[in-house]
Design a protein around this ligand. Structure first.
Ligand SMILES: *Cc1c(COP(=O)(O)O)cnc(C)c1O
Length: 455
């Protein structure tokens, strides 16, 4: 027997989980109008809604919190963060922000975007919203069959289409965004070869390259493991090599910095840094705190170092791979290879009796909650509205360092219960929805009752 990959940490503080019955969950879900965002978190047993800001901080991070320097300007905590981020990324100018989208908003405010294009391997929804509000059009150029090809680096950009767009729209492309890992494409990793090729093309076309770097460590780990020509001697050096290829990075620290709130913006160009500073002071705070407390900067600096521990990343990928395999054993189809931060179930394949308009992803997400109090997130036609040929996915995101192996086994068992009755699961109908970002607050109903689940 191969030895199991263990959690490379032990537990010092615990948070009780309230257990609910299937009967109670039936009531709770109806009261939430079948929208999982409307549930109270305490009514969820295993919360896999997102990996954003849901991680567990380490003893060293909590110790760092106590060392936070809360001076308004020039706090020691800022200089610690600056040093760590400069070492990690090689970027000279480092700005904290309250979260990732604030870094995006500031970047979009200081770069002229009206009438421009932004090309990407896959824009995250807040990135797209920020640049479209600023008058640009975001264009995703994922590699063909990104979600179905089962290639090791499904997060890559399609280089042929990138070339074509750069040539066709010369002078109109404001920048290229490479999202690592590629969240909108099943969280798949981006290869170093692809990043290098993009960087070279950007330099030739004089178009800046922006790294949306919130899962930089998970991406670097995959390069280290699966791309011999791409890796450096250490994981940190591989991560650094990814950043070296870019001119700017934005980062939600709620992912791989393993903090509950925070973001970063890093740039090399002094003139751009000046413009960012002005906007940051106007909207977030003085540049040495950027909308965060000194203790937050400390925890972020510490987290950015801890996340590059190969034992931690090996464990993190092992959890996702295990859960993905378990789902497949249960008869479900998942996006492969599994991302580090989530397992994506293909709800369209699981519920072939439902058309995309009948929202099979939302049905499956509701069934996982009814069966075992597992909260996931639909990523399909409910989230985005009707779209041509989109895959109907349910994402089970894995918070960092939060759940144990038995919690993951429990999720596997619940998925098995759901898989057993999948042909009897009802369609969902949207009852009311706001115009924008409807998945957060829409109300829904099933078109027939859900089957009963046992406790
Ligand atoms: C979470 C996320 C963001 C936005 O960050 P927030 O901290 O939620 O504002 C941007 N890009 C990607 C890829 C993300 O996953």
């Amino acid at each position: 027997m191969p030895r199991p990959v263990i959690e490379p940490f032990r537990i010092k503080v615990v948070e009780p989980i309230k257990l609910t019955t299937a009967a109670a969950r039936r009531e709770l879900l109806a009261s939430a109008s079948y929208n999982l965002f409307a549930l109270r978190a305490e009514d969820v047993i295993i919360d896999l809604l997102t990996d954003s800001g849901t991680g567990a901080m380490s003893a060293e991070q909590w110790a760092a919190v106590m060392r936070g320097d809360e001076s308004y300007a020039g706090a020691k905590s800022y200089f610690r963060l600056q040093e760590v981020v400069r070492e990690l990324s090689g970027m000279e100018f480092v700005f904290p922000t309250h979260q990732g989208r604030a870094a995006e908003r500031i970047l979009c405010a200081v770069v002229p975007l009206a009438g421009k294009l932004v090309l990407s391997n896959g824009l995250f929804d807040t990135t797209r919203a920020n640049l479209e509000v600023a008058g640009a059009t975001g264009v995703d150029l994922p590699r063909p069959g990104a979600l179905t090809a089962h290639e090791p680096f499904g997060g890559d950009i399609d280089l042929a289409r990138l070339d074509q767009h750069l040539a066709e729209h010369e002078g109109r492309v404001a920048f290229v965004v490479m999202t690592v890992t590629n969240n909108t494409m099943g969280g798949q990793a981006v290869s170093m070869a692809n990043l290098r090729a993009v960087s070279e093309r950007c330099r030739r076309a004089r178009v800046p390259l922006v790294l949306d770097a919130c899962r930089f460590a998970e991406n670097a780990y995959r390069i280290q493991r699966d791309e011999p020509e791409g890796r450096a001697d250490t994981l940190a050096a591989t991560a650094r090599a990814m950043f070296e290829l870019a001119d700017v990075f934005t980062m939600s620290a709620k992912k791989d910095a393993i903090v509950n709130m925070g973001g970063l913006l890093g740039v090399r160009d002094p003139a751009l840094a000046e413009r960012i500073k002005v906007n940051l002071i106007l909207t977030e705070g003085f540049p040495t705190y950027g909308g965060l407390a000194g203790r937050d900067l400390e925890a972020m600096a510490q987290g950015l170092q801890e996340v590059l521990d190969p034992a931690y990343l090996e464990y993190r990928y092992a959890v996702a791979r295990y859960l993905a395999k378990r789902m497949e054993d249960d008869g479900l189809v998942v996006v492969q290879p599994a991302a580090a931060h989530a397992v994506y179930i293909d709800a369209g394949a699981a519920l072939p009796h439902l058309s995309p308009a009948e929202l099979p992803g939302q049905t499956l997400a509701c069934a996982l909650y009814l069966a075992g109090g597992v909260r996931s997130c639909e990523i399909g036609d409910f989230m985005f509205g009707p779209g041509e040929g989109r895959r109907q996915l349910v994402r089970l995101a894995i918070p960092r360092r939060v759940y144990t192996q038995s919690h993951i086994d429990y999720v596997g068992a619940i998925a098995e219960d759901v898989a057993r009755v999948r042909h009897r699961l009802p369609a969902m109908r949207v009852v009311s929805a706001p115009e924008h970002l409807r998945h957060f607050s829409a109300t829904l109903e099933p078109t027939a009752p859900f089957p009963a689940f046992d406790d």
